[in-house]
Design a protein around this ligand. Structure first.
Ligand SMILES: [Zn+2]
Length: 144
C-alpha cells in the first residue's frame, strides 16, 4: 500500500500537468489529506516517454489513453487503499477518518504523543474536507 502523510493514497485516473503539457487520463494516486498527486509507478515509464514526445511536438494537451492502453485497472490500483471508481469521495474521506481513529487508539496505548498529535492534525484536515465536500454537494443539489 502507498502512503502519504500517513494516509492511504487513493488510485484514480486524472489529468497531470507536466510543465507546458497537460496529460489527460493518466493513472494516478492522490493523497486525500494534502492533495499530493503521483503518477502511478507502473506506468511512469510510458508517461515519461509520452511527455517527452508531447514536448518535442509542443503539444499543449495529450491523452494518455490514446497512446497507452491500461488493460487491468484493478491490478494497477492493487496497492492503493481504494479507487474512487468504486467509492465516492465522501466514502474515501470517511474511511480515512475511521482509520485515523483506529490509529489514535493504538498511539494512545503506546503513549506516543508525537504520533497522536500528527493523527489529530490529520483528522482535523480530513473532517474539514468532508465538511467542505458535503457543503458543495448541498449547493449543487439545491441548484439542480
Ligand atoms: Zn499527503
Amino acid at each position: 500500500m502507498s502512503f502519504c502523510c500517513g494516509a492511504g493514497m487513493v488510485g484514480s485516473i486524472g489529468s497531470v500537468r507536466h510543465s507546458k503539457t497537460l496529460v489527460h487520463n493518466v493513472p494516478i494516486m492522490f493523497c486525500p489529506v494534502c492533495d499530493r498527486i503521483e503518477v502511478h509507478p507502473a506506468i511512469e515509464g510510458e508517461y515519461e516517454i509520452l511527455v517527452e514526445y508531447a514536448q518535442g511536438d509542443k503539444a499543449p494537451e495529450v491523452d494518455f489513453a490514446d497512446f497507452v492502453s491500461v488493460d487491468n485497472k484493478s491490478d494497477l490500483f492493487e496497492n492503493c487503499t481504494m479507487t474512487d471508481e468504486s467509492a465516492s469521495y465522501a466514502d474515501i474521506l470517511k474511511q480515512q477518518i475511521d482509520l485515523s481513529l483506529d490509529l489514535m487508539a493504538v498511539a494512545k496505548n503506546l503513549n506516543d504523543d508525537a504520533w497522536r498529535e500528527a493523527l489529530k492534525q490529520r483528522l482535523k484536515r480530513l473532517s474539514e474536507r468532508l465538511k467542505q465536500y458535503n457543503k458543495r454537494k448541498e449547493i449543487s443539489q439545491r441548484s439542480a
